[in-house]
Design a protein around this ligand. Sequence first.
Ligand code: SF4
Ligand code: SF4
Length: 495
Amino acid sequence: MKQKISRRNFIKWGSLASGSVALAGSAVAGYEAGKDTSSNTGWEREKYGDGQFFNRKPFETDEAVHDIQGATRRINYEENIFNRNRELFKLIYNKEEEQRWAFSDGIEKLPEPIKSYYQAHPEALSEYELSLERAKQQRVNWKDVKEKYILADAWSAAHASALYGKHGARFPDEPTSPPEEWDFRGIKHQQLPFKTPKHASELIKKIAYSFGATLVGITKLNPDWVYQGKLRGVGKTKFEVPKHWKYAIVFAVPHEWDSMYANPTYGSSYDAYSKLRWISGKLDAFIRHIGYAARPHIPPTSYEVIIPPLAVDAGLGELGRNGIVITPELGANTRIAAITTNIELEPDKPIKVGIREFCNKCKICADTCPSGAISFDDEPNQIIRGYKRWRINQDKCLTVWNTVATSHSRGCRVCLAVCPYSRKNNWIHTLARELDPRDPTGAVSTAMLAMQKSFFEYPDAHEFLPEPDGSNATYHNGPEWLRSEEWCDFNNNWE
Ligand code: SF4
Ligand code: SF4
């Protein structure tokens, strides 16, 4: 028997249904808008500086943005996975036999400071050994996927060429003398007399935008963000933070969006890093030309400062669960470099736009990280050098980088791609970006997260990896211009 529908029920179910249709409609519209290539934000799309369109003023904060727990300290050189990787790599593959080191020699035979580091963290050395085995295996596996990914490989190699020149030459030059000399080299003019620090900041930002930066912020340099133990141009040494490193100009660009959204084999971190290198080199030259000291700090190879907390201090964004600075404009697709200088600048303020609160609930990056490197803790609860934050297991992350390696290592970036903040700039994401930080109830973020999780499919974490561990599943399709099968006829003899 058909149930009679009361008016009350009709209205109730009717509004539920229309609510669902509206929700589904806006999700579909958002999904479609997210795929629209004309809605990218970033490199050469906007007029200079117009990429930094989010109004930070209402969210500027005088509250502490770092959760300090007890004594804080500077980071040591060997606490960074890239530095340990560099040191171990040199030892393991050194051509001079007597200087070599093998895993069978054990931690005690390692030189300082990595010996002490691995004595305290022996599991990190085992993870590194695993990561080298994976890299070796992937070099063998590469021949099976080479045809599919040859365009992506060539694209990545092209970007990398801007980072690693022949005979170690790079742009900008690597320092070969102490900062007190190097950062002042070639200065011929008196210091440009700026009317005020505000004028200086405004001009420097305009110049950085003109060189290709999408976002620029300025902060006083917190000495806790300066590495300890190695100084370019001097060597491995304990050093005082140079007095002329007063301020940091911090600038960001996104990766090319469509390759970033796809699986790790299609993307390339060299893409954004090489752009940052060009911006840094030009800004370095500009600042010294107007009489001031400048020193570029460019990941992943050439820096003395930890970039993410510096970018937080400069008001570019907030630190996410994935260890990336998430900005209102670029989300987690934000790659950052900095210049330390002695120009008297007017610093920006940090911002609080609710990203930390969103991360508490979201955990999408932790779910989809192929290495399990990202914390599932409900709130940041690790104290690192006196600051409370989420911890990333760098060693596990590197193992996935080496697992993904094809003809050369290119990293992962899944945690950038799947982050709900890393959407292209369209109306639905503009709405969410403006509403969520103004909503004290958290309802907007809960609704957006529910939509994100209901309407967007994520491959399982391990599927992002290439075979045999995964199937190179892709979050979004790789861009058609990197899909070899669209452009090439292969025959079995092609190598
Ligand atoms: S880069 Fe990949 S492996 Fe590393 S934390 Fe992000 S998702 Fe995990
Ligand atoms: S995916 Fe979610 S939890 Fe991870 S950084 Fe982005 S918003 Fe935060």
